[in-house]
Write a protein that binds this ligand. Structure first.
Ligand SMILES: *[C@@H]1O[C@H](CO)[C@@H](O)[C@H](O)[C@H]1NC(C)=O
Ligand SMILES: [Fe+2]
Length: 225
């Protein structure tokens, strides 16, 4: 009983002390007319930051997967680790952009923390499966960036503030990279599939001696997800 009372007392003291320690950093008293972003646009940007972090985590998991001694595809591991770094860089760029516009003065760490949920997938059956997953992720990110642009051009909050600069930044810096990246992954899927098809053809229909004469590799466009 004594210990319960002591514990309750301690809990009260701790909560009193921690509430005293809790403080918020107030914006210093400077003019804020220059801060002109509108809320719906800022909210979409915050979501986009989380999506970039999510993509980064996914590629980190892919890099780790292909690094395992039982999987051992160092080329793919390197490719995905680099992709993870690029996505992290995108998140940093968006955070810096918001800070430049006078936003995100608080809650930055919360924004990052909420993204750290468990990853839905940490295993891919082969390189093609991982590349297809990556291409699907990139297509979603592209769609999402287009949505941010659309909201920031017409925020639908009666302000009618068209955020030309942000739209331009996202179009030039982000969409450009998205389209190039998607094309790169699509090409890698073709390579991997053709290589795979060649190997299967060789095994199935060729005697080792005259295999090159017999095998015809079809270079049709693979079916992307
Ligand atoms: C980030 O990924 C987590 C876990 O998969 C998910 O719950 C969350 O909704 C994602 N965030 C965004 C903004 O898509
Ligand atoms: Fe990205």
């Amino acid at each position: 009983m004594k210990s319960i009372v002591a514990f309750a007392f301690l809990a009260v003291v701790i909560s009193a002390v921690s509430s005293e320690l809790h403080c918020t950093v107030k914006r210093p008293n400077i003019p804020n007319d220059w801060i002109d972003m509108v809320r719906p646009c800022v909210e979409e940007m915050k979501k986009q930051i989380q999506k970039e972090i999510n993509a980064s985590m996914k590629y980190l998991a892919m890099g780790a997967h292909f690094s395992r001694d039982t999987v051992n595809r160092p080329g793919f591991a390197k490719y995905f680790f680099e992709a993870a770094s690029e996505e992290r860089e995108h998140a940093i760029k968006l955070i810096k952009y918001l800070l430049m516009r006078g936003e995100l003065v608080s809650g930055v760490s919360k924004l990052i923390k909420t993204s750290f949920d468990a990853l839905p997938t940490t295993h891919w059956n082969n390189a093609v499966a991982a590349l297809e997953d990556a291409l699907k992720t990139e297509a979603e990110v592209t769609k999402s960036i287009r949505n941010v642009i659309s909201v920031c051009e017409e925020p639908n909050d009666n302000s009618r503030f068209n955020d030309y600069h942000l739209s331009d930044y996202l179009t030039g810096e982000f969409l450009e990279e998205q389209y190039k990246g998607q094309r790169d992954i699509a090409g890698k899927i073709s390579n991997s599939r053709n290589l795979w098809a060649t190997m299967v053809n060789l095994e199935n229909s060729c005697s080792i001696k005259n295999c090159c004469k017999q095998c015809k590799i079809k270079y049709s466009r693979p079916q992307f997800v």
